[in-house]
Design a protein around this ligand. Structure first.
Ligand SMILES: [Zn+2]
Ligand SMILES: [Zn+2]
Length: 347
């Protein structure tokens, strides 16, 4: 089969090339990939951003990609799950061990031994992928494959709320208007949070416009001082919660600056560089900073239930669709921030 493979630790090198077709083990499900999304992690692998690829422990050569949906072509003989040939499915791409302390408590996202598709094991920018059945989730009839391919980032946004636990009455800021920022707005709205500020920078105008459509108050920080606006609408206190989704040290500091005393900052983005923070200020204001990583099986259950409900809004995030053989163009569109979500189709 063909797959998008990164073989060397150099920036911007990938190849749509021959790769051995995966074998469907007795506990696996073999899936013909229908749609796959490019995300920030893929960008880091593509660009070979040293710190990030080291922290993720990327193993070369690797078939890239981890956001996808596809049609089941074979079901392993030991599989008991209600999944059949022809079903549209998506999958949790973290192959958690199931036996470590964290897995036993359901926190499989921070498993001690968690090989991940597209990072250490062959990913989904390929014609076919085999995934153990435990990790595969059926998508409800009628949800298009491109929308189903957004399950993984949608899980990230849902898990952020599991970690930080916003309440409907909270004022929440989402810093960064990329696909995770916009998915945060969607999920927060769905939870009943009424006041959501979404920030972006020059060049994010289209993303901010979509953020407004999804129900956020948007702030272009290249033109407007977000703190002033937020203080004015919170009686001078600041937000209850801010989520950092941009993955940039400046955005981390911005998120921290926007929350009130005892406010919480959820860290979703993974900056390539270190952030310098005054821990004294954290003490004085009793702020909490909460790391957020991936999702658990419980998150996936919620996600597949939400997909049909949010289908229309989710489809608005997809700005480009390209064949996998032209993935480089997709990476370029992401880098220029022209695209919100690029969907790749195997061909
Ligand atoms: Zn992703
Ligand atoms: Zn584990």
């Amino acid at each position: 089969m063909k797959a998008l493979v990164k073989s060397h630790p150099v920036p911007e090198e990938v190849e749509w090339t021959d790769w051995p077709e995966p074998v469907c083990g007795d506990n696996d499900i073999l899936i013909k990939v229908e749609a796959a999304g490019i995300c920030g992690t893929d960008m880091s692998v593509f660009d070979w951003a040293e710190r990030t690829v080291q922290e993720h422990n990327v193993r070369l050569p690797i078939v890239m990609g981890h956001e996808f949906s596809g049609l089941v072509t074979q079901v392993g003989k030991n599989v008991k799950k209600d999944i059949n040939v022809g079903d549209l499915v998506t999958a949790n791409i973290i192959l958690y061990c199931g036996i470590c302390r964290f897995c036993r408590e359901g926190q499989t996202n921070v498993c001690d031994n968690r090989p991940t598709l597209g990072i250490q094991v062959p990913g989904v920018f390929a014609e076919m992928v085999a995934v153990r059945a435990e990790n595969v989730y059926k998508v409800e009839n009628g949800v298009p494959p491109s929308v189903a391919a957004l399950s993984e980032p949608l899980c990230v946004a849902i898990h952020a709320t599991e970690r930080v636990m916003p309440k409907p009455g909270d004022v929440v800021a989402v810093v960064g208007s990329g696909s995770i920022g916009l998915l945060m707005v969607l999920v927060l709205k769905e939870m009943g949070v009424e006041t959501i500020f979404l920030t972006g920078i020059a060049g994010d105008e289209n993303r901010l416009a979509l953020g407004r459509e999804l129900g956020a108050v948007t702030i272009n920080v290249s033109e407007q001082e977000p703190l002033e606006m937020i203080l004015a609408s919170t009686g001078g206190h600041g937000c209850d919660i801010a989520f950092e989704t941009a993955g940039h040290p400046k955005a981390v500091l911005q998120a921290l600056s926007l929350v009130r005393k005892q406010g919480k900052v959820g860290l979703i983005g993974m900056p390539h560089d270190l952030t310098s923070i005054s821990t004294t200020a954290l003490c004085i204001r009793e702020n909490e900073m909460i790391g957020i990583r991936a999702y658990t099986p419980a998150t996936w259950q919620k996600c597949v239930k939400l997909l049909p409900k949010l289908e229309k809004q989710l489809s608005r995030l997809i700005t480009h669709s390209l064949p996998m053989s032209e993935a480089k163009q997709g990476f370029a569109l992401m880098k220029k921030r022209e695209a919100i979500k690029v969907i790749l189709v195997p061909k």
